[in-house]
Design a protein around this ligand. Structure first.
Ligand code: UGA
Length: 448
């Protein structure tokens, strides 16, 4: 591989920053990852990623060993690189609106550090920010602190990411699109050129546009995906009322229409993760501030919130009152193959179960340390899936981990006090659990 001439850096070594950094290093770029959290930098520098992601540890070690990837706690060092990506978090304010504190401070640090830099520097905002942030908020900060004018030895772009947890490295190396919102022509062509090198001259379809549009594209993507989930969960809740009807069949048929598509039509306990809820809240608050009430998106969130209560009411249809009932919750992560419990539906379901007086025993193959931090001693944590169901009155499947399928009907029948199963992820068919009391999201049952 011929070595790319441009060097890159990333400010913020969270999920997006670190996955992007190792991907650049793996394609031969001299890459510098910077973060103000020195503990995190030290850990990453030793080859230990602070979160689990398939393929990440390997690329991290390769990057560090080859010295293509360096990490630092001194953000000003990024001034020495050609392209500087901002990949810090954009959390929510209490009212749901976006908190731009970290992005603004990263921009300030970058601007100050490149002040005396004679060469062209391109700053790229990868963090998810609401429309107008790059051009109206970050550009003035960058210009003021760097004492440069955008367009003169200083470029600025918005370049949102669409990585999914669990396949972030794959997504970074093979994305379905690139979105570049540039404050001027040169900034855009420089970033496009960088990506031509990255994608070995075969870049994915590229949308070159303004920063405001690029920023809205990111929110529209996540809002649409979340809408699909709330839509299918709505259909699931209707299907559930009709004996013999199964939402999975409905989704299969509906998804064959190319205008709809089959992906993201899996009914379940509601979406979780660090992005959908946060981004929906941010775009709703943003829109309201502009004077438009986005009723559709508000409803998507409402449906999602309610979905947890639907899961609990399935348990109630089997058990009646939940007071003092021992309920096993299998799965705490917001989806399989991750240890992330942020906004996980399991947490909403557990809160609901506790309110109804149930005793909860929980198990997850990866996410227990994270869940423990949130749930503390309010629930019992089991050693494994078998001990979780032992003596339980009911078992609720909350995450679609493959290993849960290893539990067969006879395992539940033998271990549980009363084998009542609520499948919020559709891991089982009614035939798999014949003879047990079984309810599943979107599966219509006779009520007698
Ligand atoms: C999501 C988007 O898919 C990424 O494109 C985006 O870059 C990312 O947010 C982000 O903004 O950073 P992620 O949060 O990793 O990625 O998770 P998804 O795989 O999208 O799943 C989100 C939630 O929806 C999960 O709880 C999942 O179980 C649920 N879901 C998904 C369903 O309930 N049904 C489906 O059919 C699909």
């Amino acid at each position: 591989m011929t070595r790319p001439r441009l060097s890159v850096s990333l400010v913020g070594l969270g999920y997006v920053g670190l996955c992007t950094a190792v991907s650049f290093a793996s394609r031969g770029f001299d890459t510098l990852g910077a973060d103000i959290d020195r503990g995190r930098v030290e850990q990453i520098g030793k080859g230990r990623a602070p979160f689990r992601e398939p393929g990440l540890d390997k690329l991290l070690r390769l990057g560090l060993r080859s010295k293509r990837l360096m990490v630092t706690g001194d953000v000003s060092k990024v001034a020495g690189t050609d392209v500087i990506f901002i990949t810090v978090g954009t959390p929510s304010n209490p009212d749901g609106s976006i908190n731009l504190g970290y992005v603004e401070s990263a921009t300030r640090q970058i601007g100050t550090s490149i002040r005396d830099e004679p060469d062209y520097r391109l700053v790229v905002v990868k963090s998810t920010v609401t429309p107008g942030t790059t051009s109206s908020t970050l550009k003035p900060i960058l210009e003021e602190t760097s004492e440069k004018k955008a367009g003169v030895k200083l470029g600025l772009c918005t370049n949102p990411e669409f990585l999914r947890e669990g396949s972030a490295i794959q997504d970074a190396l093979h994305p379905d699109k690139l979105v570049i919102g540039a404050v001027n022509k040169e900034s855009g062509s420089r970033l496009a050129k960088l990506y031509r090198t990255f994608y070995l001259r075969r870049p994915p379809p590229t949308i070159l546009t303004t920063p405001d549009t690029a920023e809205l594209i990111k929110y529209s993507s996540n809002a649409f995906l979340a809408t699909k989930v709330s839509y299918i969960n709505t259909i699931a809740n209707i299907a559930q009322q009709i004996p013999g009807v199964d939402v999975e069949k409905v989704a299969e048929a509906v998804g064959l229409d190319p205008r709809i598509g089959r992906l993201f039509l899996k009914a379940g306990p509601g979406y979780g993760g660090s992005c959908f809820h946060k981004d929906l809240q941010a775009i709703i608050a943003f829109s309201q501030k502009l004077g438009y009430k986005p009723t559709l998106l508000e409803t998507v969130e409402e449906v999602n919130e309610q979905q947890a209560t639907k899961v609990v009411s399935l348990a109630e249809t089997l058990l009646g009152s939940l007071i003092d009932k021992r309920v096993a919750v299998l799965g705490l992560a917001f989806k399989k193959d991750t240890d992330d419990t942020r906004e996980a539906a399991s947490l909403r379901v557990i809160e609901n179960l506790k309110k109804k007086g149930a005793q909860v025993v929980a198990y997850d193959p990866m996410a227990m340390p994270n869940a423990r931090q949130v749930l503390g001693r309010t629930v019992e944590f089991a050693k494994n899936q078998r001990s979780a169901i032992k003596g339980a009155d009911c078992c609720i499947i909350m995450t679609e981990w493959d290993q849960f399928r290893k539990l067969k009907g006879k395992d539940y029948a033998q271990s549980m006090k009363t084998p009542n199963i609520v499948d919020a992820r559709r891991l089982y068919t009614p035939e798999d659990l014949e003879g047990l009391k079984f309810r599943a999201i979107g599966l219509g049952h006779d009520t007698h």
